[in-house]
Ligand binder design. Sequence first.
Ligand code: ADP
Ligand code: ZN
Length: 735
Amino acid sequence: MNDESPPAHFPPRSRIAVLTTEPVGVLDYLAPEGGVRQGQLVRVPLGPRRVLGLVWGEGTGDFDPAKLRPAGKALEAEPFQPGFIDFLIRAADYTLTPPPLMLRMATRAPDLDQPPAARRVIVPAGEPPDRMTEARSRVLQVMADHGGASFAPSELAQLAGVGTSVVKGLVAQGTLAEIEAPRDLPYPRLDPSLPGKSLAEDQQAAADSLRGAIREGGYGTTLLRGVTGSGKTEVYLEAVAECLAQGRQALVLLPEIALSAEFLERVEARFGARPGEWHSGITRTERRRLWHMAGRGEVGLVVGARSALFLPFRDLGLIVVDEEHDGSYKQEDVVYYNARDMAVLRASICKAQVVLASATPSLESWVNAGSGKYRRLDLRSRYGEAELPDMTAIDLRAEDMPSGRWISPTLAEAVEARLAQGQQSLLFLNRRGFAPVTVCRACGEQIGCHQCDARMVEHRFQNRLVCHQCGETRVIPTACPSCGVEGKLAPIGPGVERIAEEVAERFPDAKATVLSSDLFHSARALKETIAAIAEGDTDIIIGTQIVAKGHNFPRLTLVGVIDADLGLQGADLRAAERSFQLMRQVAGRAGRQSGQTPGVAMLQTHQPDHAVIRAILSGEDEAFWDAEAAGRQAAGMPPFGRLAGIILSHPDLATVAGFARKLAENAEILREAGAELWGPAPAPIARVRGRQRMRMLIHAPRQAPLQAAIADWLAPHKPPTNLRLAVDIDPQSFL
Ligand code: ADP
Ligand code: ZN
């Protein structure tokens, strides 16, 4: 398809090809009454059902015209732009995803068939209810939480977890009112002409460079690098301003979007209005509205999680991927894709700019910037006077550590000093729960999951054992499930809850807060806790990696890493890279506020001389990346070579092993393409949710036609019933 010519129009009863969201893919139909355009969405009959489809082009003509069925009238939505369709197809090709699944990702909004007519919604009306019940207050709380959004009555009841009668009762009382409201209203305009902050010299240079690239109007990717607090956000908001001023749309992708209240407020302060939000926490009404407004060009800036990349933007001019190294950009479910890489693909098709922002870029982006494929902009220092934390190692071999204790005397002393000064400390351990292993001291049994080859993790706050693979939970038993002996089960190793227990013993007067994703029932509860911490309402924060992400805790001046060796174990390709990034990010939480004594980060380790620990401490990032890159290059590993994972699973081990063997025995096509096949082997976690898992890994030189070879290789082999086969191009996980 071509950007220049208007999309083709097909008159009624002419022959059209429609890409459906079903496995059959593209089928021919007759154009409906009134005709349709290329790129429009239609409902089409498929057997007894009606399914969603995208008008693809002219029908191919090798099917008896007399048997063709008519498509339904086009949905009232903007047609997809040719560039967007092109993106979906190329993303499907790259990730080896069937196009119907890609179309599903691009149409993930409710009620697409319904026209944008008025609908009945609930709004506040002001009268107090005669009496307040628990259910009523939950309804009012949901309304307050979504500040000003309107809800369908059933949606409101569902979000509040009450029956619709409660909502009706509040309407009868005059507390709420049910009114007719138009749906899918455009978003308020962001004003790019409002002034931003006055920028420091290097910030200004970076902003000017990005603005220039956007004004030129072509494709380009820029790695924007600077430590946490150096003003990357400030700089890319300037790029957003330029993009909006050009009349184009901008997308900012964030990890952990639900936590970004602070970010939304910043946008509002900068541009005078809030952006569109796209993530799992928004209401159905907002989801539908944003999807339509993206297509109509009636939302200027969208802030979203990775799936926002599949919104049908009318004219996308800028994509920012903040914390571009973050693992949450990789989806490993149904469609395996990396939103960072797909952002670059989308931008190259629609002539947009990409900004990859990070303090600790992925090795891929670092190499691409080094080779000139991406531009690179560096922010050298923190804005204002604030300095990077002072980093030191605590050598655990030299500390007096009684068993069952994890906070060394040196670290404890540093925490005491912060307590005395009214400052906050953060103890970081990337392990949820109380203890990762529960062992029977009588028979040696380690309590495992029934469905997975994984040990159950004790979560003492919930009084349960939890499998972190499948989520199965059990009450913590008093007797060993294997030998039956009472009172001999013992927790081994620490999780954050256990550190919290130690903190309570050692610092009985301090207020401690545990931040771990499993301890919060909603994004809102987590947000509230984070806001309270930022205001100083805690002395010691004990957290998993959710604290590593951009929260600003002004009174935090000490970060203690409980086990800096944790991520160094394991043969994962990216173990060093991930450890480096995580430690740096966590350490960066300390002492962000200007004008204070610099923060301190202390890493407890048994291997202070490990190359990665030394790199983290020395602050010589470039040397670390150079060494990492050299190692990967020597081994032909990404980004210097390519990998694809094949994950097979089936309830029965013999079935999955048999099919895997058959694939491996017929892998000549891969070898002809220059690729090697490793495996099959049982996956490191060989059983999950009762399914036996095997993996293969394909390794190829950078220029090899990897996807085409894999497609040709797999095509002739029909998997046995119930066998799942997933292809993971550029895998991040090898479990
Ligand atoms: P990063 O995205 O690199 O972590 P931010 O853009 O969030 O950095 O900046 C860190 C803090 O410093 C923010 O509170 C931001 O508002 C402030 N800041 C950065 N640059 C400036 C500036 N030029 N003028 C005023 N405040 C700034
Ligand atoms: Zn399990």
